[in-house]
Design a protein around this ligand. Structure first.
Ligand code: MG
Length: 428
């Protein structure tokens, strides 16, 4: 036997041992499946096909405001790079895909990474014959508690809405008042406006700080101390208004206040910490996994609040959960009505296997979506359950998806911004 053939046979033996007798597996092809889900969704899924016939993985590149940019990034730049690579090396592929663009992170690149990462975990789980959470260490809880969405323009309507959520089995309920920002709006046409300017609802910080704690006090006094109440400020406050808002909310024992400040003003969380004990959930619009590091390591926040697909998938979400665990911070992965069932399941697998889990935002899908994506997670009595099938546990009916293609969007699909009385934009 020559030295070369000896080395060759050693490598083959090592590989067979590493894969427990399974043959090496490579990416044969990948394709993007864009769909509106039979409604107003803007979803882009990636199906990664392997060298083993019939074995594939599914991931989401969800980005509601720029789905066509993500699809172009996948098709023109990412898929040609991925084909032929070793499917088993998820961490190495994540690292090299992350650095492949030289300029890294951001909502386009990390949505691309998410699609790949989820598909690779899906394949690994299918290969092992196990749900992904088993590969992450197994369940540390029996199901994943979710918070429901409730609210109303008046305290009476909000109370009724919270009671409905509680009756459905939710223990955690987010309460908003009126518009998504949740109160603090000067109604359309009212107040002193600039000539020729907008006359739509105008956001007013001081009104928000004045109104919302009083509205929430009414809700708390009606529903009692037991329900865990949440509220999302949607980054609408600045500086000392954010500090004062959290201070006024302290007696209401909120489960958390979400994004009281925009991502440009994170240093103010130090002032909030020094002035009150209201728990802070932060980071819905984060896409850079390292934005969290100072907030978590200095214990300036209580919940990491990003969307799994926005930060690059299960691999970085799991690392974020471990970082949270080490510093006593919890996770509260974001969903939101426009998000998709594949991302929901990716979050589920991290949630159910992480000691740092705090809460999961709910998301429910209409019958057509459940038919298009068989294996969708289910929410029953406030808890999220996965399908229990190997991998992520979800599939896609491509023929049905093709009947509901992703179209063009009026105005390019931009996020609708709130404005102040003088017509300036408010950070979402
Ligand atoms: Mg939010």
């Amino acid at each position: 036997m020559t030295r070369r053939s000896l080395l060759g046979s050693l490598t083959a033996a090592t590989l067979a041992r590493r894969l427990n007798g399974l043959p090496p597996l490579t990416v044969k092809d990948a394709r993007v499946i864009g769909t509106n889900g039979g409604g107003n969704y803007r979803w882009a899924f990636l199906k990664v096909l392997t060298s083993e016939p019939g074995l594939y993985g599914l991931g989401t590149a969800g980005n509601h405001y720029q789905p066509h940019a993500v699809i172009a990034a996948l098709e023109k730049h990412f898929i040609p790079w991925l084909i032929g690579r070793d499917v088993d090396r998820i961490e190495d592929l994540w690292q090299s895909a992350h650095l492949r663009t030289y300029w890294r992170n951001g909502p386009i690149n990390n949505s691309v990474l998410s699609a790949m990462d989820m598909a690779l975990w899906d394949i690994k789980g299918k290969r092992a014959g196990m749900p992904v959470y088993e590969l992450l260490g197994g369940k540390v809880r029996d199901a994943v508690p979710c918070y429901d969405h409730a609210g109303g323009a008046t305290p009476e309507a909000a109370v009724e809405s919270v009671r409905k959520s509680l009756a459905a089995g939710f223990r955690h309920v987010r309460v908003q008042f009126g518009a998504y920002g949740g109160g603090g709006f000067i109604p359309k046409g009212q107040g002193s406006r600039p000539e020729g300017g907008s006359d739509g609802p105008a956001f007013d910080e001081e009104q928000y700080v004045d109104q919302v704690p009083r509205l929430m006090e009414r809700v708390r006094s009606e529903v009692g101390a037991a329900p865990k109440l949440l509220h999302d400020v949607h980054s609408h406050l600045s500086g000392m208004n954010a500090v004062e808002f959290c201070r006024r909310m302290q007696p209401l024992q909120m489960f958390f206040i979400e994004d009281v400040l925009p991502p440009e003003q994170l240093a103010w969380y130090r002032q909030i910490r020094q002035n009150c004990t209201t728990p802070q959930a932060v980071g819905e619009v984060f896409s850079h996994p390292f934005e969290y590091t100072p907030l978590i390591s200095e214990r300036l926040i209580d919940f990491a609040r990003c969307r799994v697909s926005a930060i690059g998938g299960i691999t970085p979400a799991r690392k974020l959960a471990v970082l949270c665990e080490n510093f006593g911070v919890r996770t509260a992965f974001q969903e939101g009505g426009e998000n998709d069932p594949v991302n929901q399941l990716a979050a589920y697998h991290v949630d159910i296997s992480s000691p740092a889990f705090g809460i999961q935002e709910e998301n429910r899908f209409p019958p057509l979506v459940r038919e298009m994506l068989p294996g969708c997670a289910e929410i029953r009595k406030g808890y999220l359950y996965g399908s229990g099938k190997p991998g992520l546990g979800i599939d896609i009916d491509e023929k049905l998806a093709a009947k509901h293609p992703l179209g063009a969007f009026p105005g390019g699909g931009a996020y609708t911004l709130d404005r102040t009385m003088d017509g300036a934009v408010v950070k979402p």
